[in-house]
Design a protein around this ligand. Structure first.
Ligand code: PCP
Length: 394
């Protein structure tokens, strides 16, 4: 075939790091500042959320590691709250200090990475909290462009998802993916019992056998078939009941639970997936063992972080400045006697006990100066904080 070859439209890591994945007005701004003799202007830029998505009181800060990767080698200092910190409106989350010329064009990608990961991590955290200890698996990659799969799975995991489905999760951040069978496998055999048996024969040593029980027949019929086919080899069942057949999902699950118990299989777990959101989690959490959640985490309400100049350096003095609607001056976040306190950059909170600084220096002159936590450390930090917050169901 002659003509244009098809391509995959994703920015490369090199393009992102080089500041090519940006809005054109940053390039134009840099040129103007250079021409006007302002290329050595030093600034402090602050990242914060001045509003939260409707119904959200808090959000999870995620994506810091990617921002550090973008800024590494540029002559900037970076101060930030740790990745995984639960934050509230108007709290300072990150300060980038340096010559504006050195990082101006990265604003788009920095915000993009932080907003993407914080949005997914927050949705996962809310669902983890609402699930009351039941399992949340993230199955939402199919709602996203493949270029962002590792970042999406990482963010969902950090937020509290107990597992993610993406194969690249293992390679990028060392988490073994979870998942058993799509409807395609069952349709390929034209017989669910053959598909389940083949799955168990090939994979039961490496993963729990969870049979998908909604393809051709009623769930109750298919669960009985699964028990007959696999007996004690059956670890769990998944109900991905089509929305057109769903009706009273809780009653369907209760009936399946009753049947399993009656037959002596009270150990067999029940998972539900397909169209699961916060409401469904609350409705079903007492009768299921876990949820497969896709779109409602992958396309959750966006956490609107922004990045503003809050100080400029003139004649070796830092001058507090901002656009209207934003508070001038770089700020720090502390915890003081369990309460959150925001101070100006050079101030310490008036705290009866020693304040705990949440704004921490991560980068000096383009070099990372702190050990970065593992995804499990970040996830555990989120889960600890979830004990202290509440979620109003959307
Ligand atoms: C499940 C469901 C959705 C996936 C999970 C995410 O997939 O049908 O497509 O759900 P959500 O976005 O509605 O939350 P499978 O049952 O594995 O899909 P398939 O039909 O491809 O077998």
């Amino acid at each position: 075939m002659q003509g244009r070859r098809p391509r995959i439209y994703s920015a490369s890591k090199d393009e992102i790091k080089a500041g090519e994945a940006t809005d054109i007005y940053f390039k134009r701004t840099k040129k103007i500042l250079r021409e006007a003799g302002l290329s050595d202007l030093k600034v402090r830029m602050e990242i914060h959320a001045y509003s939260m998505p409707k119904g959200y009181e808090w959000a999870v800060f995620a994506g810091l590691e990617e921002v550090l990767a973008m800024l590494e080698g540029r002559k900037v200092n970076v101060y930030s709250v740790p990745e995984g910190t639960i934050f509230y409106k108007k709290e300072p989350l990150m300060i980038i200090e340096g010559t504006y010329e050195d990082f101006a064009e990265l604003e788009t990608a920095i915000l993009g990475a932080l907003r993407f990961s914080s949005t997914i991590a927050t949705a996962a955290a809310r669902m983890k909290k609402l699930a009351n200890g039941k399992t949340i698996l993230f199955f939402g990659l199919r709602a996203l462009h493949p270029a962002v799969y590792p970042a999406a799975d990482r963010a969902a995991y950090i937020g509290g998802a107990d597992g993610v489905s993406g194969v690249l999760a293992e390679k990028y951040f060392g988490v073994t993916p979870k998942g058993t069978m799509p409807h395609a496998l069952i349709i390929a055999f034209g017989d669910q019992t053959k598909a389940w048996k083949w799955f168990a024969d090939l994979f039961e040593k490496e993963t729990p056998v969870i049979a998908l029980v909604d393809t051709f027949n009623d769930e109750r019929v298919e669960v009985e078939m699964a028990l007959q086919t696999l007996g004690d080899r059956l670890w769990g069942v998944r109900l991905d009941t089509p929305s057109s057949r769903r009706g009273k999902m809780k009653e369907i699950v209760e009936e399946i639970r009753w049947l399993l118990n009656l037959k002596g299989y009270s150990n067999v777990k029940i998972f539900v997936s397909g169209g699961i959101g916060e409401k469904q989690i609350v409705e079903l959490r007492d009768v299921v063992d876990g949820f497969g959640v896709g779109t409602s985490i992958a396309s959750a309400p966006n956490v609107d972080l922004s990045m503003d100049i809050v100080e400029i350096n003139r004649g070796d003095r830092w001058i507090k400045i901002s656009k209207r609607g934003k508070l001038p001056g770089a700020k720090k976040l502390y915890k003081c006697n369990g309460k959150r306190v925001v101070t100006l950059w050079d101030e310490e909170p008036d705290c009866p006990s020693k304040p705990e600084p949440l704004t921490i220096k991560y980068m000096e002159n383009g070099e990372i100066i702190r050990e970065l936590p593992s995804v499990d450390d970040i996830r555990n930090y989120v889960i600890r904080q979830l004990e202290e917050v509440s979620v109003e169901v959307l």
